[in-house]
Design a protein around this ligand. Structure first.
Ligand SMILES: N[C@@H](CCC(=O)N[C@@H](CS)C(=O)NCC(=O)O)C(=O)O
Length: 123
């Protein structure tokens, strides 16, 4: 089972790299504004998880520079995800609010919608 998951994971990574989305191009000023909006975000993820690949592809396409935290290879991140986020499931977006509070957003579709909304015109 582990072997099959490993092979499938490697295939997903291969296709992801081969057919990588083209990052949107912005003016330096617009990119700086987006970078500012995303600086308090961190994505807890596994390298070979297909749902994480889906979110990472959205990040690449939208040209978002969000810190990736590998919750498989790093025990600290794994513990933060479980103890602070509430469950050991990836992808999970950690959102640090301006007042210091933190939200943990699970579900790849929900995260992708949130990332899209950050880059929507007028926001
Ligand atoms: N519906 C979720 C599914 C996420 C999911 O199943 N993630 C798996 C990894 S691919 C997971 O975190 N499993 C728990 C574990 O590995 O401990 C989503 O779209 O984000």
């Amino acid at each position: 089972m582990k072997l099959i998951r490993n092979i499938l994971g490697k295939a997903i990574i291969f296709f992801d790299r081969t057919f990588a989305p083209t990052p949107v191009k912005r003016s330096a000023e617009a990119q700086a504004m987006i970078d500012e909006k995303t600086k308090n975000l961190a994505l807890y993820q596994y390298h070979m998880c297909p749902f994480c690949v889906k979110v990472r592809r959205t990040m690449t396409r939208l040209n978002l520079h969000i810190e990736l935290r590998d919750a498989k290879g790093n025990e600290t991140f794994a513990n933060e995800l479980l103890n602070e986020g509430g469950k050991k499931q990836v992808p999970c977006l950690r959102i640090q609010n301006e007042d210091g509070s933190v939200n943990w957003m699970y579900e790849s579709d929900t995260i992708n919608q949130y990332l899209e909304s950050l880059t929507a015109a007028g926001k």
